[in-house]
Design a protein around this ligand. Structure first.
Ligand SMILES: [Zn+2]
Ligand SMILES: [Zn+2]
Length: 143
């Protein structure tokens, strides 16, 4: 792993919001929950997470729109181009979830599992062999 990246940058579609993360990431996975689906307009959304101190917002703080999507979660997106960017939860205040699709550079891991798999839509076919997790803490094998 000597050529593993140490940092990676990301940005929204229009470039107004730019950010950098430092490795290592905490996880990377596909989320099939209905909130992600609707917020992103996609069949599922691939997230990575880093410790908050490894995340820096380099540009565009003023253009970031924050939306409280549940009693514990806040999602943010670019107010100019609409790219969905980050999700933060009071359950894990020291962690930031970041949309993998907005990264400009490779990160240190590949997606490792499907989360909220029981909430998936039937028009997305998943045959990648990754673990499919569900249950109340999305840690149990999904049905
Ligand atoms: Zn933008
Ligand atoms: Zn989700």
């Amino acid at each position: 792993m000597s050529d593993s990246p140490t940092t990676a940058s990301g940005s929204c579609f229009c470039g107004a919001v730019r950010f950098t993360i430092a490795m290592p990431t905490l996880f990377c996975g596909h989320c099939h929950c209905s909130m992600c689906r609707r917020a992103h307009g996609a069949g599922f959304v691939t997230w990575l997470a880093v410790a908050r101190h490894q995340f820096s917002l380099d540009k565009g703080e003023e253009g970031l729109v924050r939306f409280r999507s549940s009693h514990h979660g806040t999602r943010s997106f670019c107010g100019r181009c609409g790219s969905t960017l980050f999700c933060e939860t009071t359950h894990y205040p020291d962690m930031v979830d970041i949309v993998l699709a907005n990264m400009n550079d490779p990160i240190d891991r590949a997606p490792q599992a499907h989360f909220y798999f029981e909430d998936r839509v039937d028009w997305v076919c998943v045959e990648d062999g990754l673990p499919r997790l569900g249950g109340p803490d999305f840690t149990d094998p999904a049905q």
